[in-house]
Ligand binder design. Structure first.
Ligand code: ZN
Length: 98
């Protein structure tokens, strides 16, 4: 009378799969191309302004583009309006002769 022991089942612990730590994908920090927005403020070049506009040099000679005020004398240029010249200093007005 012999008893046969049932074969023992050896349970192998399931090998846990290794979790491969994936290296974080190196995000390529591509330099963002800056928007080269050239804010062109193109002003309408209507009329030159400033003292330099009063003079023009031609053939080494200074030409005054505006008449000078008769009252104030040389050095006081008169504003060039469409029908008259006015002096901003004394208010003298000279109408253009057509
Ligand atoms: Zn004047």
């Amino acid at each position: 009378m012999s008893k046969k022991a049932p074969p023992k089942k050896e349970e192998k612990p399931a090998a846990a799969p290794k979790e491969e730590a994936k290296p974080a994908a190196a995000e390529e920090a591509a330099p963002k191309p800056q928007k080269a927005e050239k804010a062109k403020h193109e002003k309408k070049h209507r009329e030159e302004k400033g003292v330099h506009a009063m003079y023009k040099v031609e053939d080494n000679k200074v030409i005054r583009a505006r008449p000078t005020c008769e009252r104030c004398g040389a050095g006081y240029f008169m504003a060039d309006h469409h029908d008259r010249y006015t002096c901003g200093h004394c208010g003298f007005t000279r109408y253009k002769q057509k």
